[in-house]
Design a protein around this ligand. Structure first.
Ligand code: NAD
Length: 483
């Protein structure tokens, strides 16, 4: 399929070229061929987008003064516009990122659900009445922040943009969205959706560009009131420092090294299916990938055999021409990094139970075989660092306390999985894990209604659910002396 979607920046309701005429090329990771060329925003384009967004969210603007229910209707209209183009966005995402259409379709559906969920929030953002002493009326309202910046990675380009865009808009903010230069295409469909829904100009702006160019310009802009950054921990720290120059608030959704902890009383077939899905979906390029399997020594052999069987029978392919269930990784350099991690793993003592290289039957495309490494200990590089590819590290334990200790011994704390049929054990272990999210007998899973985010170096703040309404509004206290 040839790309026929938007290729310009979307600023103040117009489709425009970058001021410098710079462009970005994106290649289909399954074929390595050029897929599209789009405008590449620089600092002056980000300035123009922030200026448009500032006007759009100003007190007295159409967006700021419209009734909350009307704003909700516009969010629902955006969801409708995205739904109308669901098949097109799915294929664009699949070609741009390499993921299978099945996986891309899940992303688009999650965005539709998220916009509809937050459309319902617009008229439910309430304040508080405060019982203060004396003859006073004292209350707190929640106001929009103003302009919000959204910097998004390449692994779930459409979904991660929508995850913060929907609540920001629901709360009355205006947005500047900066997708990854590796996957800039699907974000531009938010411009089309805003147009189709009839949002006022400047409420949604989309500026594809590089991280050091447009990304840094968004994070350090004095008129951006909040930055939601989803990406690596390394760049997240830089974004936090840039934002600090202007005391700009940040939500950081960063890396992970998720443990899936399997106890001997678990349903091993269900666990094998969940662990396989949790590491090989999206070719393992997930912040919340269950990249460490912590398994009780009594069932380790049986469980690993089941996972290896599934891994070896996973058909690889983009899914457009084949019936692929796992696509390529995003780029040649990322493929090289993943293969390097596997070799570091074996150098440090891990054993390859399956996979370990490029598939012999794939001449083109940045494919990596689904790989399972056994004999891993938690101090090895493959257990500590985020590989961000289809590589599962298997670590054995012999009791519950040891499992908890290994799970918590990580710089990250995003999502942890527990597999057990013991009700008490499930609650005991869930309570003891230093993670922002824990899932029992299912992995990974999240919903627009539930908070998403991590502890430690996995991030700061929470997305989704009511938590995001707090992140995208600020409290204002008003006191009246009524003597
Ligand atoms: P990345 O950090 O390289 O880039 C993320 C985004 O930041 C891109 O848009 C990039 O252009 C931009 N960027 C780069 N340098 C910048 C700078 N100096 N200032 C501002 N912006 C800059 O991450 P990536 O390789 O695109 O994505 C993979 C990472 O994202 C992994 O670590 C993964 O765990 C993480 N991630 C986290 C979540 C989550 O919700 N916690 C979700 C998905 C991915």
């Amino acid at each position: 399929m040839e790309y026929s979607g938007p290729t310009s920046l979307y600023i103040d309701g117009d489709w425009v070229d970058a001021e410098s005429d710079a462009t970005i090329e994106t290649h289909d990771p399954a074929t390595e061929e050029l897929y599209a060329t789009v405008a590449c925003a620089g600092e002056s384009d980000v300035d123009a987008a922030v200026e448009a967004a500032t006007d759009a969210a100003a007190r007295g603007s159409e967006w700021r003064t419209m009734g909350p229910s009307e704003r909700g209707q516009l969010l629902n209209a955006m969801a409708d516009a995205i739904e109308d183009r669901k098949d097109e966005i799915t294929l664009v995402e699949s070609h741009d990122n390499g993921k299978t259409p099945f996986e891309a379709g899940m992303e688009v559906q999650m965005v539709i659900d998220t916009f509809r969920y937050y459309a319902g929030w617009t008229d439910k953002v309430t304040g508080d009445y405060n019982p203060v002493p004396g003859q006073r009326v004292n209350y707190t309202t929640r106001e929009p922040l103003g302009v919000t910046g959204h910097i998004v990675p390449w692994n779930y380009p459409f979904q991660l943009a929508g995850r913060s865009l929907a609540p920001a808009l629901a709360c009355g903010n205006s947005a500047v969205l900066k997708p990854s230069s590796q996957t800039p295409l699907s974000a531009l469909y938010y411009g089309l959706a805003a147009e189709a829904a009839g949002l006022p100009d400047g409420v949604v702006n989309v500026v594809p560009g590089t991280g050091s160019g447009a990304g840094s310009a968004v994070a350090s802009h004095p008129d951006v009131e909040h930055v939601t950054f989803t990406g690596s921990t390394e760049i997240g720290k830089r974004v936090m420092a840039d934002a600090a120059q202007n005391v700009t608030g940040v939500t950081l959704e960063l890396g992970g090294k998720g443990p899936n902890i399997v106890f001997p009383d678990a349903d091993l077939d269900a666990a094998a299916k969940g662990v396989h899905y949790g590491i090989f979906m999206n070719a393992g390029q997930m912040c919340w990938a269950g990249s460490r399997l912590l398994v009780h020594e009594d069932v380790a052999g049986e469980l690993v055999e089941k996972i290896v069987q599934r891994a070896e029978s996973t058909p690889l392919g983009s899914g457009i021409d084949d019936d692929g269930r796992m696509g390529p990784v995003v780029s040649e350099s990322h493929q090289a990094d993943i293969l390097e991690y596997i070799s570091i793993g074996t150098d440090e003592g891990a054993t390859i139970a399956c996979g370990g290289g490029r598939p012999a039957d794939k001449e083109d495309g940045y494919f990596v075989e689904p790989t399972v490494l056994t004999d891993v200990t938690n101090d090895m590089t493959v257990a500590r660092e985020e590989i961000f590819g289809p590589v599962l590290s298997v670590i054995e334990f012999d009791d519950q306390d040891e499992a908890i200790e290994i799970a918590n011994d990580s710089p990250y704390g995003l999502l942890a999985g527990i597999w057990t049929n013991g009700l008490s054990r499930a609650h005991q272990v869930a309570g003891a894990l230093d993670y922002g999210m824990v899932s029992v007998n299912e992995y990974p899973v999240t919903f627009p209604q539930t908070p998403f985010g991590g502890t430690k170096q996995s991030g700061h703040g929470r997305e989704q659910g009511e938590e995001a309404v707090r992140e995208f509004t600020q409290a204002k206290n008003i006191n009246l002396n009524i003597h």
